[in-house]
Design a protein around this ligand. Structure first.
Ligand code: 13P
Length: 244
């Protein structure tokens, strides 16, 4: 049985005062629910703040990236084990912004997923096609290649991963994939995961998810939740998505 999971990705947003308000709302309004999880992925400097605000409740927290290395001379990098020391449970890896702006390849994303697991975190491995790739009919080829790289890196441990499908053209644009468009890609991902013995991993959809469109997306058979950017900064919107 697959977990239902809503993950907020704050990206490079926040500040101590604003975070305190948002975290307090989530902590007081989200109570434990069987097989339903709510996670916020905060910028690394705020992990301690998230831990202090959330550790007595049901909301979990994570990071937005980890190093592919466990320790050493990698200036500016954060290791999975360091994040885990702050009670962190999840790590987004391979977000399209990391792939596009920081040159992360499929190999690096696979290595980061493995490093997250080794450090005690659940990787949320992101895949997704650009608008150009969709328009030339390459969506399936691109997402298959991206998920296969993670499957290859993790092997049997793939069943401990979460996958997020985030079409790049839907991120921060207000243009959501239709539930049917998203379901088609999720079904493809599910079949590749199942072939690797990981058919029960949660597959999340991300890209302009809001309180108003979440329920229709979650009604699809292979959509197990959402990876939420902008709307995760607003407690009302984020809780509406989580309850959908
Ligand atoms: P938006 O929800 O702002 O479109 O961002 C999606 C995303 O990139 C989450 O990782």
């Amino acid at each position: 049985m697959r977990d239902k999971l809503v993950v907020g990705n704050w990206k490079m947003n926040g500040g101590l005062a604003a975070n305190a308000k948002l975290l307090a709302r989530l902590a007081s309004e989200w109570t434990h629910r069987e097989r339903r999880k709510l996670v916020v992925c905060v910028p690394a400097p705020y992990l301690g703040q998230a831990q202090a605000a959330l550790s007595s409740g049901a909301v979990m927290w994570g990071v937005q990236d980890v190093s592919e290395h466990a320790s050493g001379a990698y200036t500016g990098e954060v290791a999975a084990g360091m994040a885990a020391e702050f009670g962190c449970r999840y790590a987004i890896v391979g977000h399209s912004e990391r792939r596009r702006l920081h040159g992360e390849t499929d190999r690096v994303v696979g290595a980061k997923a493995a490093a997250a697991l080794a450090g005690g975190l659940v990787p949320v491995a992101c895949v997704g096609e650009t608008l150009d790739e969709r328009e030339r009919g390459a969506t399936e080829e691109v997402v298959a290649r991206q998920v296969d790289a993670v499957i290859e890196a993790l092997g049997a441990a793939m069943c401990r991963c979460v996958v997020a499908y985030e079409p790049v053209w839907a991120i921060g644009t207000g243009r959501t994939a239709s539930p049917e468009q998203a379901q088609a890609v999720h079904a493809l991902l599910r079949s590749r995961l199942a072939a690797a013995g990981a058919g029960d991993v949660s597959v999340l959809y991300g890209g302009s998810v809001k309180g108003s469109n979440a329920a229709a997306l979650f009604a699809m058979p292979d959509i197990d939740g959402a990876l939420v950017g902008g709307a995760s900064l607003d407690a009302d919107e984020f809780l509406t998505i989580a309850r959908a």
